[in-house]
Design a protein around this ligand. Sequence first.
Ligand SMILES: [Zn+2]
Length: 201
Amino acid sequence: MQFPRFLRPLFGNVIWRANTSSKVIFLTFDDGPVPEVTPRVLDILDRYGWKATFFCVGDNVAKYPEIYADVLKRGHKTGNHTFNHLKGFEYSKQEYVENVAKAAGFIDSKLFRPPHGRIKPSQLKALKKHYKIVMWDVITHDYNKKLSPDQVYGTVQKYLRTGSLVVFHDSVKAEKNVLEVLPRAIEFWQSRGYSWALLDE
Ligand SMILES: [Zn+2]
């Protein structure tokens, strides 16, 4: 699905989709790195020569620094996705900002994506001073185990448009869907003349 258009103005000065006339897709992966999935995602991307931005959970980077290093070594970008994958609505501004700062000890990036897309205006305002806030245009729901790979792929096909920020997950929950759909998605985009692009910091 796409993020509800009527909600977008509430966020202001946040990126949903790139303002570009080039046929590019900004591919992003959230919630890694994890040993079960991230290395296989990296292999798929290498096979097609595609680059992506990985919004990492700080706690996972702390546990798996070698996989995180591999993400960077293979030419991808990373972004901050908090240390403990916090839902902003459940924490104070200070708790939230501190958790992002803790993650920043492991993730050197000026890009930030709020877990679940949930963030209070006060938290957003504080973080915008230091980060480019990156939401998304198309979320594949690859982590939803009730969805088949064909359904997830259907979402990819349905919402194709220039400059889209597309979210997949390099997480155990998404494993079945992301590993099967990612190659099909890249082949689909390429067949329509699209290539990859990376987010600027
Ligand atoms: Zn997440």
